[in-house]
Each structure stands twice: as C-alpha cells, then as structure tokens.
Design a protein around this ligand. Sequence first.
Ligand SMILES: NC(=O)c1ccc[n+]([C@@H]2O[C@H](COP(=O)([O-])OP(=O)(O)OC[C@H]3O[C@@H](n4cnc5c(N)ncnc54)[C@H](O)[C@@H]3O)[C@@H](O)[C@H]2O)c1
Ligand SMILES: O[C@H]1[C@H](O)[C@@H](O)[C@H](O)[C@@H](O)[C@H]1O
Length: 338
Amino acid sequence: MTVRFGVIGTGAIGTEHIRRVEHRLSGGKVVAVTDISLEAARRCIDTLRLDAQLYESEDELFQDPSIDAVIIASSGPAHEGSVLKAIGAGKYVFVEKPLATTTDGCVRIVQAEARTGRRLVQVGFMRRYDPGYRALKSEIQSGRYGAPLMVRCVHRNAYVDERYTTEMAVLDTLIHEIDIVRWLMEDEFDSVQVLYPKSTRHAHARLKDPQIFNFFMQSGVVVMAEVFVNCQYGYDIQCDVVCEDGVISITSPQFLDILHAGLRSHPLMQDWKLRFADAYDAELQDFIDHVECGDGPRGPSSVDGYIATLVGDACVSAQTSKGWVKIPQIRDPNLGGF
Ligand SMILES: NC(=O)c1ccc[n+]([C@@H]2O[C@H](COP(=O)([O-])OP(=O)(O)OC[C@H]3O[C@@H](n4cnc5c(N)ncnc54)[C@H](O)[C@@H]3O)[C@@H](O)[C@H]2O)c1
Ligand SMILES: O[C@H]1[C@H](O)[C@@H](O)[C@H](O)[C@@H](O)[C@H]1O
C-alpha cells in the first residue's frame, strides 16, 4: 500500500517534508496540500511540480477519504486544532514540534488519541533518529564510562527574525533538548532555573539572547542547556555527557576539510535542513513503514509531546522568576498505555 498524505502548512519544513516523501523515501505520496496562505500552497505545488489537490481549508482536506495520513507543518499555535480534527477524521498524524503550545492542549490530544484505542500520532522529534544521538545513547547504555553525572547541551542558530521572542526560545528551540535529554538519559526533569548572560547586540527588542537553562533531572543529573539564536556563524548543535569514567560527545557532521591560505577549516552548516537531513528522512520513513503495515506510528508519541510541553511551560515560568522552578509531576492524562 502507498501511504497517501495530505500536508497542512507548506512553509519551510512542510516543503522539505513533501520533497522527501516525493523524492527520497519509499511508500508515500503527497496527494493534497493546504495552507492558510493559499499562495504559499500554490507556490509549493508549482515549485515541486506536485500532482496534488489544493484544498482551500484543512476541513476540506480532512474530509477527503483517500487521505491516509497528514503531515502538520503549520506554525506551533495551529497544531492542536489540526491534530484534534485529524484524529476525529481517523487519519494518522505526523506533527512537527511542538505537539501543542499548551500543556492542556497536549492533554486533549493524548486523550482524543487514547479514545480511538489506536496509536495515530507521531511528533517530529527527529533527533531520536540522528546517527550521532543514537550512537551517544548506545555508549551511555554500554555502562563503559560509568554513570552519567552532567549533560551539556548547546543549541545555536545563526540568526532569527524579529518575530522570535524570549519565550519562543523554549517551545521553538529548547524543546529539542528537552525531548532528547529525556530519551538519552531515560530520566525525567525535576526543576529548572534560567540565567541570562549579557545579551548580544544582534538580539531584537523582544528577545534576550543567549539564555542558559539549568535543570536537575529526577536522578540528580544536572543538565546545562545554552540557547543562542543569533550566534551569526552557523547552526551549531552540541551535546556532551560527562560520566564517572569518561566524557562522550557528539561531533557535528562535517563534509569538508579545507586547507587554504595558511588555514585549515571546516565549513559549518547554516541551518537545520542539512544538519538533520538524515534524521528527518529516517523519522518520516519510519512513520510511513508503520502506517503502511497497519501498526500505527512507533516514533515519538503524543505523550512525549505532552511531556515536552509540560517541561517547556515550567521553563517559561522560570524565565520570569529568579529562582528554581519545580517541574510539575506528569499528570496521567488517561494515557491508554501508549
Ligand atoms: N523538527 C525541526 O527541526 C523543525 C524545523 C523547522 C520547523 N519546525 C517546526 O515546523 C513548524 C513550521 O515551521 P516552519 O519553519 O516551516 O515555519 P514557516 O513559517 O516557514 O511555515 C509555516 C507555514 O504554515 C502556514 N500556516 C500557519 N498557520 C496555519 C494554519 N492555521 N493552517 C494552515 N497553514 C498555516 C503558514 O502560512 C506557513 O506557510 C513549526 O511548528 C516549527 O517549530 C521543526
Ligand atoms: O523551528 C526551528 C527548528 O526546530 C530548528 O531545529 C531549531 O534549531 C530552531 O531554533 C527552530 O526555530
């Protein structure tokens, strides 16, 4: 069976996902698209020469019985409504992070999915599919380096535009670290504190940049995560796990080593598209494969999406309070065993 996709949101990552379903992955086809900007949807169809229906609204798209699954790649605040409608229409859902921008919204999604008695939803936490993070997890689990004590994460973007605010650093950017640390360490977050170093002159009026998020995990491990979204020089993702008997670090994939004019240099990637290209391919192929064989998705679940937003909400509170903020216990939102 070919998994027939409808895509909601044909901006940067929506277009990338369509391109990969059409040209790089197997078993999927994009048969319909929509976007709140019909102009953007039309442009996507033309640029990628898609043989796909353009729907004027997501409601029309959800009513198309030939669509098996949807990719939701609209802006974060629109996710909850679209995911709930997709579940109501019985479609499988691949939704970009965040699952929803409020904890309550995530709970509504988890509960709606649980009521169907099937797994329908996968969240786009692609780092779980990145070869570097997978190798790091298997080294941690080997036990060769003793118990992990501290994790240092760095998440730097070259620049962001003026729509990006201090608060967005959490659900837009840090949320990747929140999810990947839970997955790597098999541990939950306990408390968070935010520090603001001197702000860069490249930050806009509504953005403090960089920001440091310090966490205690429930096991006592400390996580220090830097978010710096106007670093100017490129896309830079780092993660070091300091253990009792050694340190394990992810190295950025580098494709070139240039010797020129008395210097040795490695050109840096400029954004997420190239850095995580293999991971995006792998997460969507995994989604297609499990939908195709009727199991439903097996990747990051709606509960993972819920926990990431729950931790994110505590981080947003910590941004405006001076001390440590306790992360609420994970509510049992009627998880139904997923
Ligand atoms: N996993 C990753 O690494 C990664 C990378 C980039 C973006 N993202 C996530 O993907 C989502 C989209 O990000 P982007 O960079 O492509 O943004 P974008 O602004 O380039 O595209 C978003 C698109 O959604 C459309 N849209 C907004 N509201 C809509 C609605 N209610 N219905 C239909 N369409 C709507 C916009 O018109 C726009 O075309 C965000 O949630 C973002 O966090 C994830
Ligand atoms: O939506 C993007 C995406 O999630 C990237 O992976 C992250 O580095 C950016 O900060 C964020 O704005």
